[in-house]
Design a protein around this ligand. Structure first.
Ligand code: ADP
Length: 398
């Protein structure tokens, strides 16, 4: 069975074709500048076929999907002989609100429900819907599945997801913590249990997804107890460009002092804050590491704040779960930032965490980076959201 995984953004579309017989990646690619001019980078990963990396006109997502199918099935760049070989499509959908606690076969009713969640994710859900509609237009009645970033977090208890504001805002408007990166937290926590050789139902895990956007999740006995992103992905840890937790009074103060509109204010908090805002250097942790090594104090401060926040939130989750068996690092910074991991683990001395420096220096594999006798095990597990989407799609379609 071959499954196409689609992650559609407003002007971009990432895809992977996965052979579920052996979970092998057959091809991957990225359409960019959809609606502007259009560019496709298509990378076949079987039979030594060449990479296609050229401009292709893409006035809408439908032309983008058509170009992807064309390349996947072409004699020169293709990995399948015809579209009929693609058995199903799995779509990443950012927000499923309270309607979706798991992945679901897409039909008109499901599409309408995803549309109803647009107010919660006004930038992402419309793009995801556009991707689904484009696939339906080009691929006809191939079964399609929606996999939601929010779904895994739907197990949170109300004491964790409620905000302490008048209850009617929850009841009438759905204002609550939803959390994001759920597919990633789900993948790495399940993989962690596998690596530990224990059922996930017996484990208390803290999953640290640290990329451009970052969130932590407390995964207690297989269910999310709490997570650091909230109603939107703006809160929790300081991120590449997002501010993380912030006193709401600051918004009122800055808006009245500088006359910002709410859109200008949110743009500052989403795009100009985080480690970029503090350092004035970059949102990329590699740049911050380099600047800090050259003595840039604000770059060092931004890194220190990030590490402190990860440790502080993880500590609160250890308390909330009344213990922790494993801590996982994943995503761009979590998988690659050995110094960042080591600095964060320094804070975990009270848990008895002992880092294995040699393992921590390795890259690109599932690996335990704590010592065997560390009472809390620490892992680096490269995330694989596309594989989760493909597996859910297979399980629902079969
Ligand atoms: P996204 O949230 O966009 O999916 P990723 O998970 O790919 O992001 O993470 C991207 C971030 O990973 C980059 O901004 C960079 O800060 C960080 N990163 C990548 N490689 C390294 C590295 N070698 N050392 C430290 N950080 C890294």
């Amino acid at each position: 069975m071959k499954i196409l995984v689609i992650n559609a953004g407003s002007s971009s579309l990432k895809y992977q074709l996965i052979d579920m017989e052996n979970e092998q990646l057959m091809a991957k690619g990225l359409c960019e500048r959809i609606g502007i001019d259009g560019h496709l980078k298509h990378t076949p990963l079987v039979d030594g076929k060449p990479v296609f990396n050229e401009d292709v006109p893409m006035p809408t997502h439908s032309e983008a999907i058509a170009a992807v199918i064309d390349k996947l099935t072409s004699a020169e760049y293709g990995v399948v002989s015809s579209m009929k070989e693609i058995d199903a499509v799995g779509h990443r959908v950012v927000h499923g609100g309270e309607k979706f606690a798991s992945s679901v076969l897409i039909n008109d009713e499901v599409l309408a429900a995803i549309e109803e969640c647009i107010p919660f994710a006004p930038l992402h859900n419309p793009a995801n819907i556009t991707g689904i509609n484009a696939c339906r237009a080009v691929m006809g009645d191939v079964p399609m599945v929606a996999v939601f970033d929010t779904a895994f977090h739907q197990t949170m208890p109300s004491k964790a997801y409620m905000y302490a504001i008048p209850f009617d805002y929850y009841k009438n408007d759905g204002i609550r913590r939803y959390g994001f990166h759920g597919t990633s937290h789900r993948y790495v926590s399940a993989r962690c249990a596998e690596l530990m050789g224990k059922p996930i139902e017996e484990l208390k895990i803290i999953s640290c997804h640290m990329g451009n956007g970052s969130s932590l999740a407390a995964v207690c006995k297989g269910k999310v107890l709490d997570t650091s992103m909230g109603f939107t992905p703006l809160v929790g840890l300081p991120m590449g460009t997002r501010c993380g937790d912030l006193d709401a009074g600051i918004i009122q103060f800055l808006m009245s002092k500088y006359g910002y509109s709410i859109d200008e204010m949110l743009n500052i908090l989403n795009k100009k804050s985080g480690v970029l805002g503090v350092s004035g250097v970059s949102s990329d942790f590699r740049d911050l590491d380099a600047a800090a090594a050259e003595g840039n104090e604000r770059a060092q401060l931004a890194l220190d704040m990030f590490n402190y926040w990860v440790a502080k939130v993880a500590g609160s989750y250890a308390a909330a779960m009344n213990g922790v068996d494993a801590i996982i690092f994943t995503a761009g910074v979590g998988e690659n930032g050995a110094d960042t991991r080591a600095a964060i683990c320094e804070y975990f001395g009270y848990l008895g965490v002992k880092l294995n420096a040699e393992a921590n220096a390795k890259r690109g594999q599932d690996i335990m980076i704590s010592t065997e006798d560390s009472p809390v095990k620490v892992f680096v597990i490269p995330t694989n959201e596309e594989l989760v989407i493909a597996r859910d799609t297979r399980d629902i379609v079969c």
